[in-house]
Design a protein. Sequence first.
Length: 145
Amino acid sequence: MEVYSAAEGRIVSLDDVADPVFSGRMAGDGIGVFPDSDLICSPIEGVVYMLFPTKHAIGIRGDDDTDILIHIGIDTVELEGKPFIAKVKEGDQVKIEDPLMQVDFKAIQDAGYDITTLLLVTNKKVEVMKKSGYVETGEYVLEIL
């Protein structure tokens, strides 16, 4: 199964993410993206199985039971959902590039938070297909092994 980028921007290696849970791959393997756009989109076809009340993280389960976590920013749970507008709810079926979340990344940065957005596979091994450079929303970045 292929996983596509949920955001447009510069790829950030998980090794360089300023949070030991993510850099240590304790929440899963994948990539980070330093976003250039305020829209987060679905990286796979599946069902939204989790939308945190603070809207900083979304879980999508693919048809093959692959679980994807999109974590928007570092420590943004502390913002209590203010810079996020959900475009989906739990139970929604999504396709690749369907809008999931509108995010005011400027407000997040102005509040002193890192906007690096993580795209993680939480329950399977992955191969990172694009490790650096710029990525477009919907561009192939991960392969499920």
